[in-house]
Design a protein around this ligand. Structure first.
Ligand code: PLP
Length: 416
């Protein structure tokens, strides 16, 4: 939809809001719909930490996604959207007793350590409850093959399998599922397929140790999006086909288990656009600088990409999600690509630090004060990662754009 919005409406939004994000409902619909279509039999959880904008969340949940919550607040947002306990999964290291107590009625808690299993059992007892819990496992395989790694997340497979007899003796919990999450932003369907296969085997091992059927197998995230033109998009059709075959061959073993895949970025990453605008322009020692509003602070990742790439010298730094994907992960475009005259410019932000720079010596149409510029791939880990406390500026707005071209802010339609 966004490509159909006339430039003069964008200019009015710039006048009203300064900088802002646009989340395009049609694109969210396309990406979430593709998953639901290609992965029949899988239940999807939306990883809310990628983007917790209320309009985005309520649209994705209305499509039948559950919630992968990373905090008590995210559990509450899921519950406020009408989701029941078995649709919200709360998995994070270092949950406090208050987190556990606050979430225990609204989410399935996924214990991240041996100690946490015991604490959930104690708190469930104090609350007079008996609850299903998940266990986050740090598996004895990697995303690519064999061999486990030390991790701050989860319980090593051996430790978890050894603890099963103890867990079976705890009176207020029942171990009902396992959760593993190892990687994000994977574009190779074969690697994901191999990982899913190892996950089903792990679930089988747990089920055998527990002597009862699991309620759920949560395979975590992994699916990537095309950030740069060098990326080949993930082949969800062939991966979906492979997953359907796995589901049918494991069906005899897992009769009641729901199989979850989590995603934040696949659902919203491509649907977000960050709109900034030109505040000033100057020439220094022959170089043209365009000063933009809220770049490092409003949308951290493009500035961070330059910073990371700068440290890597001539090598190409490896991704470190969700902070860094690659230097060319964000496209910067002007709203008037047809313009005849172009110039070479360096794009910097209005913060008092030299790190606030998103592009050097790129060719763009000649820009003047007030002109909007758009940065792509801003739907996931955009607004939520941006350090707006720094310099006390006004935060970018977050606008939801529907299929009819209407803009919403926090559920309220804008007259603009
Ligand atoms: C962050 C996170 C995700 C989401 O990852 P994406 O790359 O946004 O899909 C899923 N599961 C867990 C446990 C996470 O921490």
């Amino acid at each position: 939809m966004i490509e159909l919005i006339p430039e003069k409406r964008i200019r009015r939004l710039v006048q009203r809001y300064g900088s802002f994000y646009i989340y395009d409902k049609e694109i969210i619909d396309q990406y979430t719909g593709r998953l639901q279509n290609d992965f029949a039999g899988i239940n999807f959880l939306y990883s809310m930490k990628a983007n917790h904008n209320p309009d985005v969340v309520s649209f994705i949940l209305s499509k039948g996604f559950g919630v992968d919550a990373a905090s008590l607040n995210e559990v509450r947002m899921g519950a406020a959207n009408g989701l029941g306990r078995n649709e919200i999964y709360y998995s994070a290291p270092g949950k406090t007793d208050e987190d556990i107590r606050g979430a225990i009625r609204n989410a399935v808690l996924v214990a991240d350590s041996l100690g946490e299993v015991e604490r959930i059992n104690r708190i469930a007892g104090e609350e007079g409850l008996s609850v299903p819990v998940g266990v986050r496992v740090n598996p004895d395989f990697s995303f690519h093959g064999s061999g486990g790694h030390p991790s701050k997340f989860g319980i090593d497979t051996v430790q978890a399998l050894d603890a099963v007899p103890v867990w079976k003796g705890l009176g207020n919990i029942r171990v009902a599922g396992i959760h593993v999450h190892l990687r994000s932003q994977v574009l190779d369907a074969e690697i994901l397929e191999g990982y899913y296969r190892r996950m089903f085997q792990l679930a089988d091992d747990f089920q055998t140790a527990l002597g009862q059927e699991l309620d759920f197998i949560n395979m975590g995230a992994g699916m990537g999006i095309q950030y740069s033109r060098r990326n080949t998009p993930l082949d969800t059709e062939s991966l979906g086909e492979a997953v359907r075959e796995m589901l049918s061959s494991f069906h005899a073993k897992f009769k009641r288990a729901k199989v979850f895949i989590e995603t934040g970025r696949y659902a919203v990453g491509k649907a977000g656009f960050y709109v900034t605008h030109v505040l000033d322009k100057k020439i220094s020692y022959g170089k043209t600088f365009v000063i933009l509003a809220n770049t490092l602070n409003g949308f951290l990742r493009p500035s961070l990409a330059r910073l990371v790439a700068g440290y890597a010298g001539s090598g190409s730094p490896s991704g470190n999600e969700p902070l860094f994907t690659s230097l060319d992960a964000f496209k910067i475009v002007s709203f008037h690509p047809e313009w005849e005259s172009t110039e070479t410019v360096t794009l910097a932000g209005n913060l008092c630090t030299a790190s606030d720079m998103i592009a050097e010596d790129i060719t763009l149409p000649v820009l003047k004060k007030g002109d909007p510029l758009v940065i792509s791939n801003a739907g996931s880990y955009g607004a939520v990662l941006s350090p707006m406390q720094f310099s006390s500026q006004r935060s970018p707005a977050e606008l939801f754009l529907d299929e009819a071209g209407r803009f919403y802010e926090n559920g309220k339609m804008l007259e603009i």
